[in-house]
Write a protein that binds this ligand. Sequence first.
Ligand code: ADP
Ligand code: 5GP
Length: 192
Amino acid sequence: MLSGLVVVLSGPSGVGKTTISRCLMRDPLFRFSISATTRPPRENEKDGVDYHFLSLEEFRAKISADGFVEYVEVYEGVLYGTLRAPLDEAVASGEVMLLDIDVDGSEKIRAMNYPLLRIFISPPDYDELAKRLKGRGTDDEKSIEKRMKRWKKEMECGTSFDLKVVNDDLGACIESVHRAIAARYLRGPTED
Ligand code: ADP
Ligand code: 5GP
């Protein structure tokens, strides 16, 4: 039976995970895991494309129905979760499923039996991260503050990942990530 690979991309908000994921999606073997969240969409985001935007009630109903492989309250009052059905389907059909999730969600996935590669994306430094978060222009002051507060925690957990890549030069970072995924995929599902 064909078996795919789960690739977890984590790292502080603003480091470039969405940008990197979008580029990786050019590889036809790759699928992106569209998470569910209770936060409101940004101006440029579409429901069912960037996230499944759910009310708290809808999110809770999915939890009760065992619809998530993991979910985390990443920021106070804001829930994010990885949907179980698309993930299982992708892995069963031999695809590479890319998850852009926080470090706690990543730990939960690690405890499961999926063929897995966990990659931590690191910023060159704190100032550059702040610059990117502000420069993105999609979050208000409060959201930026919430995200900057989590940077220390995210960076501390980064040491437990299979691979750490600094996103300084974007092209070089994408190439390193892509190469690592391809190598892990070729080794097959049982190797870790
Ligand atoms: P995340 O998904 O990790 O929160 P994004 O992918 O939204 O981060 O990136 C945040 C901002 O940083 C975006 O405006 C993006 O264009 C920019 N960015 C991403 N990678 C780089 C890079 N290597 N150098 C400079 N800016 C970058
Ligand atoms: P944002 O609101 O900026 O899109 O995402 C905030 C944080 O939530 C990021 O660190 C992102 O990786 C994380 N995140 C997005 N989806 C999920 C998910 O399904 N599960 C978990 N645990 N974290 C997620």
